[in-house]
Each structure stands twice: as C-alpha cells, then as structure tokens.
Design a binder for this molecule. Structure first.
Ligand SMILES: CC(C)(COP(=O)(O)OP(=O)(O)OC[C@H]1O[C@@H](n2cnc3c(N)ncnc32)[C@H](O)[C@@H]1O)[C@@H](O)C(=O)NCCC(=O)NCCS
Ligand SMILES: Nc1ncnc2c1ncn2[C@@H]1O[C@H](COP(=O)(O)OP(=O)(O)OP(=O)(O)O)[C@@H](O)[C@H]1O
Length: 195
C-alpha cells in the first residue's frame, strides 16, 4: 500500500482529487472530516476547546465550528493554540486508521491522506511516499469557495492566514495544477497515480 498526502490551499481542489482517487479504489482519509468526527467523539477535546475558546464554542455535544472559526481565522495566535490542542489527537487518529487499513485483508494500492496543512507535520508526512500539492490561483479558489457556499470574507480570512505558512522545501512534492476543467484534473490524477 502506497501512502500519499494531498495538501494545498483552501479551495485548490484537494477533495476533488480525493474523490477521483477513491473512484479508482484508493482509501482516502479527509483530515477535515476526521477532525469534525473527533469534535463529536471526544469529550476531552471539547473540554479543552471550551477552556481555551469559551463555552460558546461547544454546543449539543460537539464543537460549534462556525463559532470557533470566527475566533481562530482572524487571529494567528488563537489558531496556533487550536492547532496545539487538536494536532496530537488528529495525528494519532489518522495513523491508527492508516495502520488498520494497511493490515486489513485486502489493502488498497493507494491510501491518501488529505489535509491542507499536512506539510506542517514533518513527523507524520515523513511516512508518506509522496506529497501531492494541489494548486490554483487565488481568484479561482475564491470563486470556487463562494460557489461552495463560503462567505467571501470567511474565505478571504482563511486564504490570508494560510499565506503565513508557505510550503517548506521537500523532495517528495508532486504538483497538480488545478485551474482547468474537472476532466483535465481527472487526467492528471490518473496519470500521477498510475491507476
Ligand atoms: C476551525 C474549524 C473548526 C472550522 O471548521 P469548518 O467546518 O468551518 O472548516 P473545515 O474544518 O471544513 O476546514 C475547511 C478548510 O479550512 C482551512 N483550515 C482548517 N483549519 C485550518 C488551519 N488550522 N489553518 C489554516 N487553514 C485551515 C483548510 O483549508 C480546510 O480545508 C476547523 O477547520 C478546525 O478544527 N481546524 C483545526 C484543525 C486543522 O488544522 N485542520 C486541518 C488539518 S490539515
Ligand atoms: N477543476 C475544477 N473545475 C471546477 N470546479 C472545481 C475544480 N476543482 C475543484 N472544483 C470545485 O471547487 C470547490 C473547491 O474544491 P475542493 O472542495 O476540492 O477544494 P479543497 O482544496 O478540498 O478545499 P478545502 O481546503 O476547503 O477542503 C468544490 O466545490 C469543487 O467541486
């Protein structure tokens, strides 16, 4: 089983790449989705979020993501605090899931972990054979995000905060330019994955 990472800025098309790989039989782990799951599953995590960001961020047995987003994406220091709380748990959770898939009876040829900020976790990403970097210009990403339903100001705030973390050099990057059609993206993905 070849383990790859899919990273890239918000709206670049990581999930679109993930869907194309999954259609070809790959196992795809979306870290955004896993994070949301942990917010519901872990009371310990909710307590830590409530202590740092206020009880307003925990509602009905889960984290109120809109309330949390409104705090952390306008302030890099708050975002760092959130990352310190969530990353150790998210990383362990993702590694356990990958291990389970790898040790299953019929492991897939490819397991992909999708996360905008994978490159910020060297201890995790060092175990990936390749890191795919999905990229598209800012104006196209903004347009896509608005079409997906994100408010323009929210999208811009996330784009601005991500610009503070440029991609560090790494020999394992494979770039995927996603500013054409979905059909063009599909052709690129199939060629890169050799599936
Ligand atoms: C702040 C939260 C609650 C907002 O939830 P929401 O449902 O609105 O967004 P969602 O989780 O679907 O993320 C959408 C996109 O926002 C961007 N984003 C999320 N977290 C971060 C971050 N820490 N830094 C920069 N951008 C981020 C990414 O491009 C991501 O794909 C949530 O994003 C969160 O818990 N973030 C911290 C965990 C994290 O860093 N996840 C990314 C793992 S690679
Ligand atoms: N080549 C493309 N042509 C047209 N629409 C696209 C293309 N690639 C992605 N999209 C659309 O753009 C939106 C953003 O793409 P996607 O959700 O895959 O980005 P992402 O990088 O996963 O974003 P996030 O960081 O929020 O998770 C989606 O609605 C997706 O369907």
């Amino acid at each position: 089983m070849k383990k790859i990472g899919i990273c890239g800025k918000i709206g670049s098309g990581k999930s679109a790449v993930g869907v194309l790989l999954a259609e070809k039989g790959a196992f795809v782990l979306d870290l955004d989705v896993e994070m949301h799951r942990l917010y519901t599953e872990s009371e310990e995590l909710r307590t830590k979020i409530s202590e740092r960001f206020g009880a307003v961020c925990v509602q009905n047995g889960t984290v109120d993501r809109a309330a949390l987003a409104s705090q952390v994406f306008k302030d890099p220091r708050s975002l760092k605090d959130l990352e310190k709380i969530v990353y150790p748990m998210l990383q362990k959770h993702a590694e356990n899931k990958l291990k389970r898939i790898e040790n299953s009876e019929n492991p897939p040829k490819i397991a992909a972990v999708e996360g905008a900020l994978l490159f910020k976790w060297p201890e995790f990403s060092k175990n990936l054979a390749e890191i795919w970097v999905v990229q598209a210009p800012d104006d196209i990403r903004l347009e896509r995000l608005q079409k997906r339903g994100l408010l323009k100001d929210d999208a811009l705030r996330r784009m601005q905060i991500q610009a503070l973390d440029p991609l560090p050099p790494n020999d394992h990057y494979e770039y995927i330019d996603n500013w054409g059609s979905l059909a063009e993206l599909q052709a690129l993905v199939l060629q890169k994955a050799q599936i």
